[in-house]
Design a binder for this molecule. Structure first.
Ligand code: LLP
Length: 434
């Protein structure tokens, strides 16, 4: 299997960084998310170096939705990243992590008035998704006596080879303003008293394993950039979004384009566009998955084995902790962490503990003979893993551990049953009268 550098197999055990997964599971129990800090740093550096080799004024905005743990945000903030924030909550987290307001972009197709007011108050640029939102933001900024710095989210109508639920730049998707209507949107923004258009933004989708769609989107964007620059818009940044995929199918030797492949395919088009427009804005990109997905594994313990229609391995993590397989039929590699050096001899289906037939983490995988008490590692769970978890079936969420060289520490404690009821209230009419 084509394992990332920080995952190794030693004496039949799967190791992550300098840690034996068996020891980690013994210390913190299962299920358990484990994240390698160095891996995140290496991925960030690869992006930064690849883009900087092609253009000097680059900013990487980490897509905080991929993994919103404060410790993860702090790693990236420390390396100089800003963030794509998609809610007031993500905005708060990014600021708490030490990111500067001007290095964030408040994205989203459905922002509330309080979202807009918060962006104005904190001085965070807003990616405006509709003319209605533009007008509301102008009003909010006027009320606060401030100028809101904005970009428009362009819908470039680019088809992308990915799961339809995560293709975001199709003409039919809910995101952005159709590319041919964008110049008139800037015209209106220029006429607003409390809005200043300073950027332009797009994002075409996620888990994209080719660079061509990004290049096509960039071409659409640069045509608009030329047009709006001529209209007098002074662009400080062009944000081309995130979306580069990772090779989840490691067993088949799948590969993904590297940040360098991306930079070589996309940045020259950006450079040509800005040269023709006679401007030199910053180039922003918003990677999420490619920064954090492969940094984490989900460790889950085997509760029982049930030979039936399929050979079921019943584990203690299900779609409450990792919804991607159930939601997008996503593939995550599975390793028997305490038998990692043994050959696969038996076909197993890894089933979670949730009361739904769709609660399957992986179908029909060849693994060594398993029994209760074994440890399973689910790979590449650092993006949209814990971030999309729930307490469904009243299961407290598991802890998350962060590794830094030989150190290991909680970056989120596990929930307990008390956390299940912590936000619940007993309505007064249910209180006993005595
Ligand atoms: N920027 C914007 C505006 C986005 O909507 C997204 C992701 C990103 C950046 C980061 O994209 P990335 O580099 O991570 O592909 N839950 C799905 C993925 C949803 C992605 C939504 N938008 C999954 O588990 O595959």
């Amino acid at each position: 299997m084509n394992l990332p550098q920080h995952l190794t197999i030693r004496d039949d055990h799967l190791w992550i960084g300098e840690h034996d997964t068996i020891d980690l599971a013994r210390t913190w129990g299962t299920p358990l998310y484990v994240t390698d800090q160095d891996r995140i740093a290496a991925s960030y550096t690869a992006w930064r170096d690849a883009l900087s080799a092609e253009y000097s004024r680059v900013r990487i905005l980490y897509a905080a939705k991929a993994n919103g743990n404060l410790a993860v945000l702090r790693i990236l903030a420390g390396l100089g990243a800003g963030a794509d924030v998609f809610s007031s909550g993500e905005l708060h987290l990014a600021l708490s992590a030490g990111m500067q307001p001007g290095t964030l972009l408040f994205n989203g197709s459905s922002k509330s008035r309080s979202d807009l007011a918060l962006a104005v108050e904190k001085g965070v640029p807003v990616s405006v998704d509709s003319l209605d939102e533009l007008r509301q933001l102008d009003t909010a900024a006027a009320a606060a006596g401030k100028i809101a710095r904005i970009a428009f989210r362009v819908n470039p109508a680019v088809d992308v080879p990915t799961h339809p639920k995560i293709a975001t730049g199709l003409a039919t998707s809910k995101f952005g303003i159709a590319h041919h209507l964008i110049p008139s949107a800037y015209q209106e923004a220029l006429a607003c008293s409390h809005v200043e258009p300073v950027g332009i933004h797009c994002h075409i989708g996620s888990q994209i394993l080719a660079v061509e769609p990004f290049a096509r989107a960039c071409e659409v964007m640069m045509r608009i950039v030329g047009e709006i620059a001529r209209m007098g818009v002074r662009l400080e940044f062009v944000d081309l979004g995130g979306g580069l995929g990772i090779p989840y199918h490691r067993g088949e030797g799948e590969t993904s384009p590297t940040p360098s492949d991306y930079a070589r395919a996309v940045v020259p088009l950006f450079r040509d566009g800005i040269r023709e427009a006679g401007i030199s804005p910053e180039l922003w990109i918003e990677p999420g998955r490619s920064l954090v997905a492969d940094s984490s594994i989900l460790l889950t313990g085997v509760n029982s084995i049930k030979p039936a229609h399929r050979n079921f391995v019943n584990v203690d993590a299900g779609f409450n902790l990792l919804i991607r397989p159930a939601m997008y039929d996503s593939w995550h590699e599975i390793i028997a962490a305490n038998k990692a050096g043994k050959a696969g001899t038996t076909m197993y289906t890894i089933a979670g503990p949730i009361c739904e037939t769709g609660d399957i983490l992986a179908h029909d995988r060849m693994l060594p003979e398993l029994s209760a008490g074994d440890l399973i590692a689910v790979l590449d769970t650092g993006a949209y893993g814990f971030a999309m978890s729930s307490q469904y079936n009243s299961r407290p969420r598991c802890p998350e551990v962060l590794l830094n060289g030989s150190e290991a520490a909680l970056m989120r404690r596990g929930e307990d049953v008390g956390d299940l009821t912590r936000t619940m209230e007993i309505p007064p009419w249910q209180e006993s009268g005595d």
